[in-house]
Design a protein around this ligand. Structure first.
Ligand SMILES: [Fe+2]
Length: 354
């Protein structure tokens, strides 16, 4: 997983260059395109749109509630990050960006002193998309406009293993879903190939008071979901059933993809033609999924690629999970230009999903 691309101008991509970058994203899952200081935000948007020409050309989170800050003239590149924007590079000056931290999500949180000293956590490993009424975006692009400055952070698992990783501040962590698929037993692979899952309606409200494990991957026990009749208005036709395994459109690799915090039901089938069992018990889902996720949630399996200002990070959102990494506020502002577009199609599984 991971590759670096140099020597291209994303403002003027030829058809061949576009095809090669697309193939690199799917072959290497995460790529960094170096040196795009001249990239116009509109061309970041057009690049993502070109990856899925049939999609409604709107940023994948803007279908939600419009609370995101859109870069002027970009059609749908959003400003994400943390801290005050003091310059007018690409606009946004005077805004204060706020991103969620592990403290909003995790079952136990670091103290303010620990955070200030450079102790850190992953936030929540996820793929991008609103999910309800929207298919997961195919590719996400993140252009680093401003990186925080300071010593490396120490990311703690705080799960009793003593695991830690160090990283430059302000980066993004990745887990490879095809590697996770390959960690399944033959029986588990057959089951995953033939099974599917569905998120809850209004999933990010539904998840309620439940928390993510301190390592950032998988749900902790406890907490309560919001009853379906107390959610904001929803209709069942917008709750899409997703395969458990998504097939890479370029390499054909199979990728295990389930979003731990929003999965409400599993539709489990051990092989083609077998009877399907619906699992709705949240503890059963949590324990089964955590057992799988634990296989890959170790430092040697997590990629934290280094990038610099004006590099563009691109990743196969159907093939990896990613997470932000907290850093001390004293390190300054982090500004990223983020763009992804809700897919025009449901992720493709190895078997047809109803
Ligand atoms: Fe994300």
């Amino acid at each position: 997983m991971g590759a670096t691309i140099t020597g291209v101008d994303m403002n003027n991509l030829t058809d061949v260059e576009f095809r090669l970058i697309r193939e690199a994203i799917y072959t290497h899952q995460v790529v960094i395109v170096k040196g795009q200081e001249k990239l116009k935000p509109i061309n970041q948007f057009e690049f993502v749109r070109r990856l899925d020409p049939e999609a409604n050309p709107v940023h994948g989170f803007l279908t939600d509630d419009g609370k995101f800050n859109v870069v002027r003239g970009s059609k749908g590149v959003t400003l994400v990050g943390q801290g005050y924007i003091s310059h007018n590079k690409h606009g946004g000056d005077g805004l204060t960006l706020q991103s969620g931290t592990h403290a909003d999500l995790h079952v136990e949180t670091l103290s303010a002193e620990e955070l200030a000293s450079g102790q850190s956590r992953f936030g929540a490993f996820h793929f991008d998309g609103v999910i309800y009424g929207s298919y997961p975006s195919r590719v996400t692009t993140l252009r680093c406009v401003q990186a925080p400055k300071g010593p490396d952070v120490t990311i703690r698992w705080d799960d009793g293993t003593g695991r830690t990783m160090t990283a430059k501040p302000g980066l993004t962590a990745f887990i490879n879903g095809s590697q996770l698929y390959e960690m399944l037993t033959p029986e588990e692979k057959a089951l995953a190939d033939n099974s599917s899952w569905s998120p809850a309606p209004q999933p990010y409200v539904w998840t309620g008071t439940r928390k993510i494990r301190n390592c950032g991957l998988g749900m902790a026990p406890g907490g309560k979901t919001v009853p379906l009749d107390q959610l904001p208005a929803w209709t069942s036709d917008k709750v899409y059933r997703l395969p458990m395994v998504w097939v890479n459109p370029v390499t054909g690799a199979k990728c295990f993809q389930i979003l731990p915090d929003v999965v409400e039901k599993l539709y489990v089938k051990s092989k083609p033609g077998a009877e399907e069992r619906t699992v709705e018990d949240s503890d059963e889902i949590r324990l089964w999924l955590n057992d799988i996720l634990d296989r890959i949630c170790t430092p040697e399996n997590i990629l934290i690629p280094e990038y610099e200002e004006d590099d563009v990070v691109m990743f196969n959102n159907w093939g990896v999970l990613h997470s932000s990494i907290d850093f001390p506020k004293s390190y300054g502002t982090r500004i990223m230009h983020q763009c992804h577009i809700a897919s025009s199609t449901v992720p493709v599984g190895p078997t047809a999903v109803v």
